[in-house]
Design a protein around this ligand. Structure first.
Ligand SMILES: [Cu+2]
Length: 208
């Protein structure tokens, strides 16, 4: 049906113009989807605390550093034991103990040490490269933590039932990966190509 501007009252013309402008200004529609992943031992029991993430070229382009991230030292323990951050995030290491700690990592993605200190070091450590950095303390051998640096903003953790839920992920093609602190090498990290849309079923991942 053609619109005959001449016979339309002015206020209707304006309304149509505004409607047209609103449609033209809308961003392209990107459907967001949810992914559920069940992580379990190969023997069948649930795996809690696994990091589940989705990688793609588009996901990499969407990475933004987290505003704040820290690993506290409290009662000679790193808290959290596993810190997950997008690449580029600066991490601080506040020491809440009265004893001094000496935090270091010799990992391939990041080498650093913060020599014997108490309180909060002034310089945070920036993790630019994705991968996993194991941390230790030179004084207390039992202190260990991991920084999982991701090349994607789309990630979650498995709960006590082994279930991880990733919400508001744009539909598309991804590589699904799962990391857990018991996996000692990158080679052991499961990788699965998936297409994510509103009908993607729950994924099951088995760890040794
Ligand atoms: Cu220490």
């Amino acid at each position: 049906m053609a619109v005959h501007w001449q016979v339309l009252p002015l206020n209707l013309k304006l309304s149509l113009c505004l409607l047209l402008a609103a449609v033209l200004l809308l961003p392209p529609l990107t459907l967001a989807a949810q992914l559920q992943v069940q992580v379990q031992h190969i023997s069948g029991g649930p795996v809690a605390g696994a990091v589940v993430f989705l990688e793609s070229t588009a996901a990499s382009a969407a990475v933004r550093p987290a505003a704040t991230a820290n690993i506290i030292q409290r009662k000679t323990t790193f808290i959290p034991e596993v810190l997950v951050i997008p690449r580029g995030t600066a991490v601080t290491f506040p020491n809440e103990d009265t004893v001094r700690h000496h935090v270091y990592s010799f990992s391939s993605i990041k080498q650093f040490e913060i020599k014997l200190y108490v309180g909060t070091p002034t310089e945070p450590v920036v993790f630019e490269q994705s991968g996993v950095a194991a941390l230790g303390c030179n004084i207390h051998d039992q202190m260990i933590a991991w920084v999982v640096v991701l090349d994607t903003p789309y990630y979650s953790h498995s709960n006590d039932d082994g279930l991880a839920v990733l919400n508001d992920v744009p539909a598309g093609d991804y590589t699904l990966r799962v990391w857990h602190k018991t996996l000692l090498s990158e080679v052991e990290v499961p990788k699965l190509a998936i297409t994510l849309d509103s009908n993607t079923p729950i994924q099951r991942v088995n760890l040794d």
